[in-house]
Design a protein. Structure first.
Length: 372
């Protein structure tokens, strides 16, 4: 394709914006469709963890490897974005995982053994050693893992930076809902637009827009809280704290200026984005047990988002039958996978080979498998 190719991107969350920025910077004429760009989707709600190792799960080695591929791209992705004028707030402070009771410690031992067999860097430590890294952790925390390679980014700074950079590079934003895709024609409520290439990055809504994705995506609701340390409280942790509290996973991700993101619930509730009282209670109870000072923090926000869950937790990255490129199904890893996804979409636009690990995420893998 030539450098004047017109490209439509459906969705202006982290994936759509990352593709828009990279494509516009590469000289493509980019139009992004989203009725609520930047703030409307799951990436605005995210914790911001870039954490392939602490998200790892036995049997999901492809997800781990793709995540690591993308994590390696993150420092230059962030530096390139900062050079466009806005710093996305990449934090290299690392991650600790805390086990609250002895059953949680047993679960963490299983994860540590699995990561060790795969040769990943995750060091088991006692509760006391863990508190040397994060002094605000409760005395009851039994044991933990140090995972210095799992990073974090300020999701909202990132989204604003991507949006600004894409616009600066000439991407056009149309604040309309896409009603349908017909080959490379994008239909909104008011018009039809024809493009040479279309990238579908509408998260959990993507399945409604393309028949080949029907039944392959399910919304997975996640609630988060935002809190702020006060003058009289301990500051937030220096890096990400993940914890298992009586079997329930939570995470606390610090932001600049004393802010803390506390997440996240995960359950299926269709397209419902209501924050429930039980979700808030679950998060606060868990957080208070491992990091007691949060009880004194100011509660500034409660919000829910919808992860785009795929059938096997790998995203769908690749061209569909009618020439639309799918960039969706990122499940819990949208922010982490943004750089590799953008590179995959750009490779497709240029007719270049896909980055390593991406071909395994081709949506065609599901054709003969069970649908979700
Ligand atoms: N990436 C963490 C979450 O989806 O809650």
């Amino acid at each position: 394709m030539t450098d004047t190719t017109t490209v439509a991107i459906v969705g202006a969350g982290v994936i759509g914006l990352a593709v828009a920025w990279r494509a516009a910077a590469a000289g493509y004429q980019v139009t992004v469709f989203d009725p609520r760009p930047v703030r409307g989707g799951a990436s605005w709600v995210a914790g911001g963890m870039l954490a392939p190792v602490t998200e790892a799960w036995p049997g999901e080695e492809d997800v781990l490897e793709l995540g690591e591929q993308s994590l390696r791209r993150w420092p230059s992705f962030a530096a390139d974005l900062a050079a466009e004028g806005m710093d996305p707030g990449l934090s290299t402070a690392g991650t600790v995982v805390a086990a609250f009771d002895s059953a949680d410690a047993g679960q963490l031992d299983i994860l540590a053994g699995y990561l060790h067999r795969l040769g990943r860097q995750a060091s088991p430590v006692s509760g006391r050693q863990l508190r040397k890294t994060e002094p605000g952790l409760a005395g009851a925390v039994r044991s933990g893992l140090l995972v210095p390679g799992d990073l974090a980014v300020d999701n909202r700074a990132l989204l604003r930076a991507l949006h600004a950079a894409a616009r600066r590079r000439g991407a056009r934003f149309v604040a309309e809902r896409v009603r349908g895709l017909d080959h490379r024609t994008v239909r909104t409520e008011t018009a039809e637009h024809r493009f040479r290439a279309v990238v579908l990055a509408a998260g959990a809504w993507s399945a409604r827009l393309h028949p080949e994705l029907a039944g392959l995506l399910r919304p997975l609701k996640g609630e988060i809280l935002r809190l702020r340390a006060r003058r009289t409280t301990l500051p937030p942790p220096s890096g990400t704290i993940r914890a298992l509290v009586e079997g329930r996973p939570i995470y606390l991700v610090p932001r600049a200026g004393g802010e803390l993101v506390l997440g996240a619930t995960q359950y299926e509730a269709g397209f419902d984005e209501t924050v429930t009282a039980s979700g808030v209670r679950e998060l606060l109870e868990g957080a208070e047990r491992v990091f007691p000072s949060v009880a004194e923090y100011e509660l500034t926000e409660a919000k829910a988002g919808l992860r785009a869950g795929s059938a096997d937790n790998l995203p769908y990255l690749g061209v569909l039958g009618d020439g639309v490129f799918a960039a969706t199904g990122h499940h819990r890893n949208g922010l982490l996978l943004a750089p590799v996804t953008a590179d995959a979409a750009l490779a497709w636009l240029a007719g270049a080979p896909t980055p390593p690990g991406v071909s395994r995420a081709h949506p065609g893998r599901m054709r003969s498998e069970e649908r979700v």
